[in-house]
Design a protein around this ligand. Sequence first.
Ligand code: SAH
Length: 459
Amino acid sequence: MSKGKRKAPVSIGEQIELQIDNLNHQGEGVGRYNGFTIFVPDTAPEDQVIARVISLQKNYARALLVNILKSSPFRVKPLCQHYGACGGCQLQHLDYQQELRCKQNYVEDALKRIARLEIPVQPIIGMANPWQYRNKAQVPVGVEAGIVQAGFYEKRSHKIVNLAGCPIQHPANDETIKIVRQILQEMGFSIYNEGNHTGFVRQIMTRTSFATGEVLLVLVTNGRNFPQADAFVQRVRAKIKNLTGIVQNINTKRGNTILGLEEVTLWGSPYIIEKIGSLQFKVSSRSFFQVNPLQTEKLYAKVKEYAALTGKETVFDLYCGIGTIALYLADQAAKVVGVEIVDAAVEDAYDNARLNKITNAEFYTGAAEVVVPKLLRQGYQADVVIVDPPRKGCDQALLETITSMQPERIVYVSCNPATLARDLKYLNENGYKALEAQPVDMFPQTSHVECVTWIQKKK
Ligand code: SAH
């Protein structure tokens, strides 16, 4: 039978027995049934399972776990009591070393399968303690039978489940959410109701600095007039250690966007100071900042190593966010030039350059695929290009511009191995050669994996 006409060996509703071999990019188990790929969430490599097929595509099917016949030796008891219901983590049921192996395999497989690249993939950089790593938490607030709830939406619903604790959060974020929820309850605050768009308090957001321990509290409200503001500030300040500021963010729009554009500082300063290496960064409620500061430092160190700067180069940092990579490399380059699409992030980047007394950094607002060609026409030339795009990868037009510019090196920071592989394939066919990749685990317990790749101009 020809490949295209091959009929799927399963049908919807059918229960099948399956051995799980690996995980896909969403952290779902992958097994093969008569050679046909089946994805089963909530399973682990080497599980022997019964699964019920719920959907069928040309090349794969999805099935739900019915029963585990033989449990994988890599299964562990999830640390979080909300695991499964919350949806934030996908891999708490896997031993961490096995989680790292799966992420490593996933990166290697994407490079081989999609880019046909046989390059060394260095062993993934994991965390010594893969818990309590997040510096930012944001949770919706609701009310259930008169009790204020602050937590997460139940899967496929908008019912808010009270968070007993989130083991991947910095404990100060957890603590802050619990304290604020209690204060909202005690002070009888009106709580937002999504259904009819009434009520005042919508979300609690907190950011904690791993460097200084400072905590910022942001309360998102449906309206400007904050009743009992002074009393609220006093209570919060009395309860939360290391608090540096309380910010009211006003969001009166319907819908799922968390933060509004208008803010009032109720007390203290509207930002925390975080550090990466010897640099300091101001992080406010709306700034983009990597959520795992410990691993960010390791990621950036790898970027610096692959960039191999001598002090003479002009470096482009494309998709630069608040300019962290550009600023991190600035002392080893003649000049760094960041490009970022979000205006507020570019303002933060300039602020952070000043804060660190860096004078050889420039930042431009706009889409990299539009701004970089303009910079070239103005006579800019990059020796080293760093790209750190969102999940969808680099715009094709940008890759064309970069290859025509002919930098010596490209360092590609990716949060999606599939689009990384697609872009590496293009670069490999257009005068560049990927030499080495380094996965980094920025998001333990979740299915996400980050990867830095060193790419060199072909001689
Ligand atoms: N390098 C930064 C941020 C990476 S996140 C860091 O390490 O913190 C990716 C960034 O790309 C986001 O800040 C996003 O706003 C930005 N972005 C998305 N599309 C873009 C585009 N077409 N051009 C420039 N920046 C873009």
